[in-house]
Write a protein that binds this ligand. Sequence first.
Ligand SMILES: NC(=O)N[C@@H](CC(=O)O)C(=O)O
Ligand SMILES: [Zn+2]
Ligand SMILES: [Zn+2]
Length: 427
Amino acid sequence: MGIWILNAAVLNGGNELAAKHVLVEGNQIERIIEAGTAPDTSGHTVIDAQGKFLAPGLIDMHVHLREPGFEYKETIATGTRSAARGGFTTIACMPNTRPVTDTVETLKYVLNKAETEGVVRVLPYACITKNELGRELTDFEALKAAGAIGFTDDGVGVQSAQMMKDAMAKAASIGMPIIAHCEDNTLVEGAAVSEGAFARKHGLKGIPNESEAIHVGRDILLAEATGVHYHVCHVSTEQSVRLIRQAKQIGIKVTAEVCPHHLLLSDEDIPDSMDANWKMNPPLRTPRDVRACIEGLVDGTIDIVVTDHAPHSEEEKARGLQLAPFGIVGFETAFPLLYTKFVATGEWTLQFLVDKMTRLPAEVFGLPWGILEAGRTADLTLIDLETEKEVNPAEFESKGRNTPFTGWKLKGWPAMTMVEGKVVWSE
Ligand SMILES: NC(=O)N[C@@H](CC(=O)O)C(=O)O
Ligand SMILES: [Zn+2]
Ligand SMILES: [Zn+2]
């Protein structure tokens, strides 16, 4: 007794779609056949996928689920439901919870919650330093053994070069990646938006591009010295893209990610109302940086797309641009945004976008998911590429409603999400 997904449009490279029937048995893709042949569906569940696009389940390697400690912002239950609604089947959660994930105990708590209450696969990161304070390394071996997939102090940059070098050497010695939030605090000092037109117009202090790029440059040198796999979080500046491109050219083991908002919005789009739903870290940069990030993604300098889903409460985001916390939600708009603005416009192929959100994140982190073929785990996402709908935060499964994309008219909405052969969300 399995599930037949009938007449799904499956990618054949580029923008070419072919109609296929897909049989899922247990947690696996059992068979994929040409839609011309009628399968015997007796005794099986049937899902009619006519007119919809079937993709490998989306993978998001940078998300905040907020549990433990900030359950008023999000929980593993609501965060994974939000991921499922966005078409994601595997997500990697950041350790800046309360307590932070710097011990085996907290890591096990997250894994256990994900197992009992999560609807998609959750892979946890652990902290580089205790309490993310940048002073003392966590127990990398023990955290790896307990299930951490990499080390990061996301939310803050590791300020000391020596500490980062020690972390990289240790991570390299046990074959684990360092995932870096790149930010030099001495160059930020309380600013809420990027240096640029918006800051100038409103007389605000700005966050300069170098606050990110200085860490990227420093860490590339340290990665070269230690041989670690170094992964750069949420790239947002032209300078970071340039440094990563050069590092890749000389064979340094560096990979990078970018978020939809840094590909679609610049500081010039921030409304004069100073709505804090436009505040995130790194901040929206100049149009020139946006172009550089797009070019970097297209030429492979930036490997993958992540959401950096960062829910906050309405009360927190109502404190105004200067006082509100950094971060926006991302799961439930990521694919429709990029599909509508880059694929439907003809700039990218559908295959390119899907690869950046499935096969490539799996490849970068050595994961077995992200590919749609017989014998693979049945992590699948069915997507409606035709129906246009407005972004409406009231419909979000996430507790977070903090998005700058409210009202955007988009296509490419996920219609059904399956994890290990089980439908975990459907329209
Ligand atoms: N991106 C954000 O603006 N915020 C993240 C932290 C982070 O990703 O650095 C958060 O935890 O809220
Ligand atoms: Zn970060
Ligand atoms: Zn983050």
